[in-house]
Design a protein around this ligand. Structure first.
Ligand code: FA5
Ligand code: MG
Length: 493
């Protein structure tokens, strides 16, 4: 297994993950992170921290697993814990009156049928070809690592993004556009904005040279005609980017003319800005309906250059939210080889991918991503009736905040010194479940003589539904410590 730089906890998940970045500077071995101690704003430099990942962080793997009604043979690549498999049949994005489903519906309302076709019930298990190869991910892309992705076996995994279904949906060629929503899975850190399962929506819109191009075979005029049909939103958006960046984010010459790229980029950006405007105006109304005072802060959006193996040029849209720029989606002009492979080489397309949970958190003012998985009536009852009448949307009122309990665990990394941050995160989540609110790496150092690595993690235990007793938290923490020893071979200090 290739060396992977440890992915350390972000201070707040408002920082873009850039997981699918294809930027040359962001390879597995050169990724740099910093960590922030939860007790102070002190930034610890950790650029020297580096681990290999070879642990599955799961107990003895079963030879066959059933995931959402289908059976799969496992092999030594299997690394999917039971709590994640259990989540695979929940389908929150389809559950009536669930905030994730409501968010999907609001976005769909901005991309109407029949131009857009909705695809919402694709099975979560896909092939490595679908998730990576079909999109042009290089063989050594860090996203493929077992430290980042849940594998069922060496060529089968839980999709890490909805883009895994782009090729087949372009191939079906059933409409000029599609919106595809689904649960996606990533091994990641544990905090209030990260959960191993979340939801994405993929959108795409195509134009076809055979039917829509001008006499020179160019699509610019057709795209501009469709752009003119989109509303204006009247909001100033920061966009310092040229239509494409020759060096870093080029137009796909010779297939795409400069004016086509410019027109397609404008159509893409306006469509997505309108969607964000819709979400935020709904959020404002939801606040008013709940009697929460609203500030008249104008919505601020900005476009930043981004990198994906399957689009060029590519961008991300960020929204200013509570003092920080929050990345809400990635997008770009689809790489032509994908459309060629899909059997529609005469088409040109834009595509985007947005995180539904993150948008739902903004929309309803839900501050902890674990709440989406709660079956507590005090949560679910607040959204009743909204799926059938979006105007009933009202802001979530937190029912209680139960006390937090911090516990630290310090250990020496065992064996050959190989350990990945995500393995630690997963052992903790799989033992303590949704009672863990947040896990932070607070300290790390190498023993001056032996070179052995010591790590300290701070675990914040807090139930969303009740007060945990001290005895209960101590027991959980003991179980976590034991699992870290058993599964990762660490030595508790
Ligand atoms: C992707 O997943 C690309 N497939 C998006 C894309 C599609 C680009 C089509 C171009 C064309 P990324 O890893 O940045 O990119 O995730 C996309 C969005 O998913 C993010 O902007 C964010 O809104 C959401 N997201 C990503 N990681 C998480 C997470 N851990 N928790 C919640 N939401 C997340
Ligand atoms: Mg991103």
């Amino acid at each position: 297994m290739a060396a992977t730089a440890i992915r350390l906890p972000r201070s707040m998940a408002l920082v873009a993950a850039r997981r699918f970045s294809a930027a040359p500077a962001l390879t597995a071995t050169t990724r740099r992170c910093c960590i922030r101690s939860p007790t102070s704003a002190h930034i610890l430099s950790t650029t020297t921290l580096r681990f290999l990942s070879n642990s599955s962080s799961s107990p003895a793997p079963p030879s066959v697993v059933e995931i959402d009604g289908r059976k799969y043979n496992t092999d030594k690549w299997f690394n999917t814990p039971a709590n994640v498999i259990a989540a695979a049949s929940r389908r929150l994005h389809l559950q009536e009156d669930h905030p994730v489903a409501i968010t999907r519906q609001i976005i769909e309302s901005r991309f109407p049928a029949p131009t857009f076709r909705y695809v919402n019930s694709l099975h979560p298990v896909v092939s490595t070809f679908q998730n990576f190869d079909s999109l042009g991910f290089p063989p050594d892309h860090p996203g493929r690592a077992r430290s980042d992705t849940y594998y069922v076996n060496s060529d089968t995994l839980l999709r890490t993004h909805t883009s895994a279904h782009e090729l087949e949906t372009f191939r079906a060629n059933a409409s000029p556009g599609f919106l595809l929503s689904a649960d996606v899975y990533r091994r990641d850190e544990v905090d209030r904005t990260h959960y191993p399962v979340f939801h994405q929506m993929e959108g795409a819109r195509v134009w076809d040279r055979r039917t829509e191009a001008d006499e020179k075979g160019d699509l610019t005029a057709a795209i501009l005609r469709d752009l003119a049909k989109l509303q204006e939103h009247g909001i100033a958006v920061e966009d310092p980017n040229p239509p494409f960046h020759d060096e870093t984010n080029p137009r796909q010459a010779p297939q795409h003319s400069p004016s086509e790229v410019e027109a397609l980029g404008r159509h893409l950006k306006r469509s997505l800005e309108l969607m964000v405007v819709e979400v935020f105006s709904r959020a404002k109304k939801a606040k008013a309906l709940a009697g929460v005072e609203t500030t008249d802060e104008p919505l601020r959006m900005r476009w930043v250059e981004a990198f994906f193996p399957f689009t060029s040029p590519s961008w991300e849209l960020e929204v200013y939210y509570e003092g920080d720029w929050l990345e809400v989606l990635g997008c770009g002009i689809t790489k032509q080889p994908i459309l060629d492979a899909a059997g529609v080489p005469s088409q040109m397309a834009w595509a985007f991918g947005i995180g539904l949970d993150r948008i739902a958190m903004l929309l309803f003012q839900i501050t902890d991503i674990r709440l989406f998985w709660s079956q507590d009536e005090r949560f679910l009852s607040q959204f009743r009736g909204v799926s059938t009448d979006l105007d009933k949307l009202r802001q979530f009122v937190p029912f209680s905040k139960y006390p937090a309990c911090y516990k630290d665990v310090s250990f020496w990394v065992g064996g050959d010194g190989s350990l990945h941050n995500n393995d630690v995160m997963e052992v903790i989540r799989s033992v303590a479940g949704d009672v863990v609110e947040d896990v932070q790496l607070t300290d790390s150092f190498a023993h001056p003589k032996t070179g052995r690595q010591s790590l300290c993690y701070r675990i914040n235990y807090r139930s969303l539904e009740r007060t945990l007793t001290n005895a209960e938290t101590n027991r959980l923490h003991d179980d976590v410590n034991e699992a870290l020893v058993q599964r990762l071979g660490v030595e508790i200090r």
